[in-house]
Design a protein around this ligand. Sequence first.
Ligand code: BG6
Length: 288
Amino acid sequence: MSVQKFFGADGTSVERVVINGPQGSSAEVYLYGATVTSWKCDGKERLFVSRLAKLDGSKPVRGGIPLVFPQFGPGALPQHGFARTRQWTLLGAEEHGQGVVVNLQLKDNEDTRASKWPFKFDLLYTIDLTATTLSTIIKYENVDTQPFSFTSLMHTYLRVPDIAGTTVTGLKDVVYVDKIKGGGDLVEERDAVTVAANEDRVYVDVPGIVNVNYGSESVEIRRFNFKDIVLWNPWAEKAAEMSDFADDEYPQMICVEAGTVASEISLRPGQTISCGQILTFNGSASHL
Ligand code: BG6
């Protein structure tokens, strides 16, 4: 197990961290946005990053796990807030019994304090890699003198062999908002949700574990203190509008995004909350 650091052109700033975990597992994290851009498990890449994604800090990474904070979607701040476009600080990395853990931090600065969300905050992001799991957990702390509220999300792009053979389970009977067709308070009736069009849905107060299944493999998404799941695939028409997403890529991905976005998380001064997800890969082979 090891952690490699890659340095920027100026020779000082660490731009990305490559984590080599047990049994061939690995992950890669850009300090720009603290975006996880790779998770390899059982010999294959499990996250999707567009081949047109910008990895130079000029815009949010189109793929991997961008972090949405403190605003989901459009609003007073730029779309999805500012955390995904900030340079995070690498606090350290260490091996533990079953894998490797990396800690990153983002605090308010002059820029964020001058924004429409001017509060003082401290985010501690823990990325933990084992042979079959990738756990991403943020501890949000209010270090301001006044209370604040926010929405937040782990915008996980999963790589799938073919969207046509992909199902998402764990959403049956959950109320959702359809952001494409409009309207809320619809109820998911399917055990196994399939995607065959431009879909953009917020499933509200999802009770348990969600699984993304393709062929004999699946990725389990277990959440902590995140209430909702966003399901998104741009399909052909939305893909054509995105300069950092190739037209033919939409069948290879599905975004299943754990967060709290239909309601807000509120913290009093000094209060903290830890929220996150554990992704577990389940393969057909039982050697892991
Ligand atoms: C999803 C939203 O979380 O992110 C969609 O529900 C949005 O509405 C998508 O289109 C991608 O957002 P962005 O800003 O990364 O293009």
